[in-house]
Write a protein that binds this ligand. Structure first.
Ligand code: UAG
Ligand code: ATP
Ligand code: API
Ligand code: MG
Length: 491
């Protein structure tokens, strides 16, 4: 690509006219990956500043540097006010605006993003449409899966991935959009057709300075809805009316709004909800008629997830019978309320609840069905929102008969400090908890204690297959460890 094409993204780009004819092989944001003829965009990150790696980029053959400040190197330097924005726009341009050639659904909110994307993937597949999915667990093109580092990848990886999806005949892309991604401009270059808001509750206050700032980030997805380059497709915001901030999300967009909910007045609603330990039944009510849904998914929060997915499917032209068939076919979402079964007389459930709200939802659901004791094994991530730690501990001791506090990706923090933050939230007279820092030991302990009809919730890691200590990810899978403990108990 000629540099002139990328420069057309910048206002007053004539000032760079001398550079128009430079040929760009690829756009890179990492000096270590630069090859001859690449353009290097300097990003000021959380650990280091990409501007400090310009020399290395030039040595590796960078033909142009894009930076936020004057830099004295042998390669030409394009000074722009915001390299993050430039990167997102340049990536979209370089990969020929892939999101203009495939419908794109973005799902944001504190909890339920992965669940809703999974429900949507199943619905579109039942409608015989090839899907591409980008999210926390993995990236998927059709049935091929690829590992991911982030829930929402950086702009370069994102645009490249969607381009691959378009080239491989994907007919619908569904992606989770994290608040970090919105705040860091990873999705500036995306043209969404549908944006879904699940809910907003406390998380990530290590990154966002307040809940208001967290909401601002979430609302950016709705603010950018409709920034189409070529298409004239209608755009829709799908919003959970039962969430207290939904009106602020609605006000962020000028596009059409489709509401869903159970308590408040909404376009897509659920009536006659029956929640059981085996699954959920409800009447899905839509402007196109109603459908009686019998789902294997457990808990009231999953009714919300099914409403959100149904709303997006309806808007995408999928019929109610297909939606019903798809929702009823779903056995569960990986690592979300996933039962671990080895013929034992009590239940073991692995779940990804790692926020106060999701932990409360899952424990309240379990408590509703519990015949005997409820155990919860839970920890809080290191280098993440400290203020959620005491809240999660309070919720654990409130809903469970016995809480076992343990480690969940301590990262660079001392595990004991995290556990102290958790127990600091608990009143002195409370005794239904203990601390077992080693997660394997904690899971074994809970399973050893359990008796007939008890329920053990192992929360926080869900599908994760590692425990991150320092900067190293050690293999660890709650589901494997639970099974190992069940087998040990048997013998
Ligand atoms: C806080 C955060 O978001 N960090 C992301 C960020 O890393 P960073 O800012 O630390 O990058 P850095 O190491 O400082 O590097 C800055 C720049 O210098 C460049 N560099 C660096 C070294 C070098 O030798 N040469 C060089 O050019 C880097 O390529 C980069 O362009 O950019 C990286 C590349 O895009 C991301 O992978 C990384 O996500 C980390 C892994 C992370 O944990 N992020 C979390 C907080 C996150 O984003 N989470 C959300 C989900 C949250 C939710 O569940 O709701 C997500 O979407 O995943
Ligand atoms: N709609 C919902 N409301 C509240 N809690 C939910 C909802 N859906 C799922 N949960 C709970 O939150 C946990 C995480 O769900 P899910 O992975 O779908 O959310 P997410 O938004 O993708 O999370 P992350 O930000 O970590 O990617 C589940 O394991 C469940 O306990
Ligand atoms: N996407 C979330 C995942 C948290 C999962 C939990 N196991 C932890 O490590 O804190 C985050 O990065 O905050
Ligand atoms: Mg997710």
């Amino acid at each position: 690509m000629r540099l002139k094409e990328l420069l057309s993204l910048l206002p007053f780009s004539e000032q760079f006219s001398k550079l128009y004819d430079i040929e760009i092989n690829a756009i890179k944001m990492d000096s270590r990956e630069i090859k001859k003829g690449d353009l290097f965009v300097c990003i000021n990150g959380f650990s280091v500043d990409g501007h400090d790696y310009v020399e290395e980029a030039v040595q590796n053959g960078a033909s142009v540097i894009v930076a936020e400040r004057e830099i004295n190197v042998s390669a030409p330097v394009l000074k722009v006010p915001d390299t993050v924005r430039f990167l997102a726009m340049a990536a979209a341009k370089y990969y020929q605006h892939p999101t203009n050639y495939v419908p794109l659904i973005g799902v944001t909110g504190t909890n339920g993003k992965t669940s809703v994307t999974y429900l949507l993937e199943t619905i579109f597949n039942h409608n015989h449409q090839k899907t591409g999915v980008i999210g926390t667990i993995q990236m998927k093109i059709g049935s091929n899966t690829y590992p991911v580092e982030n829930t929402t990848p950086d702009a370069l990886f994102l645009q490249k991935t969607i381009r691959q999806m378009v080239d491989q005949g994907v007919e619908q892309v569904i992606m989770e959009v994290s608040s970090h991604a919105l705040d860091l401009g990873r999705v500036y270059g995306c043209d969404y057709n549908i944006a879904i808001f699940t809910n907003l509750t406390q998380d990530h206050l290590d990154y966002h300075e307040s809940m208001d700032d967290y909401l601002r980030a979430k609302s950016l997805l709705f603010a950018q809805l409709g920034n189409s380059y070529h298409t004239n497709n209608k755009k829709f915001a799908i919003i959970n009316v039962d969430d207290s901030v939904s009106w602020r999300i609605s006000r962020s967009t000028a596009q059409a709004i489709i509401t869903y909910g159970i308590k408040g007045e909404a376009i897509i609603t659920a009536k006659d909800i029956q929640l059981t330990p085996m699954g959920t039944r409800f009447l899905l009510c839509t402007p196109y008629g109603n459908a009686d849904i019998k789902s294997n998914l457990i808990g009231n929060f999953n009714v919300y997830n099914m409403l959100a997915a149904s709303a997006a499917a309806i808007i995408s032209g999928i019929s109610l019978p297909i939606i019903k068939e798809a929702l009823q076919s779903i056995q569960g979402v990986h690592g979300r309320f996933e039962p671990i079964v080895n013929g034992q007389s009590f239940s073991v459930i692995v779940d990804y609840a790692h926020t106060p709200d999701s932990l409360e939802n899952v424990l309240a659901t379990i408590q509703d069905f519990a015949k005997k004791k409820v155990f919860v094994v839970v920890g809080c991530g290191g280098d993440r929102d400290r203020s959620k730690r005491p809240l999660m501990a309070q919720i654990a001791v409130k809903y469970a008969d016995q809480a076992i506090f343990t480690s969940d990706n301590p990262r660079t923090e001392n595990p004991q400090t995290i556990l102290n933050d958790m127990t600091a939230g608990i009143e002195g007279s409370t005794t239904n908890f203990q601390v077992i820092s080693d997660r394997r030991e904690a899971i074994h302990y809970a399973i050893k204690q359990a008796q007939k009809d008890d329920i053990i919730l192992i929360a926080g890691k869900g599908h994760e297959t590692y425990q991150q200590i320092g900067h190293i990810k050690h293999h660890f899978d709650d589901r494997e460890v639970a099974l190992e403990a069940l087998q040990a108990k048997e013998n």
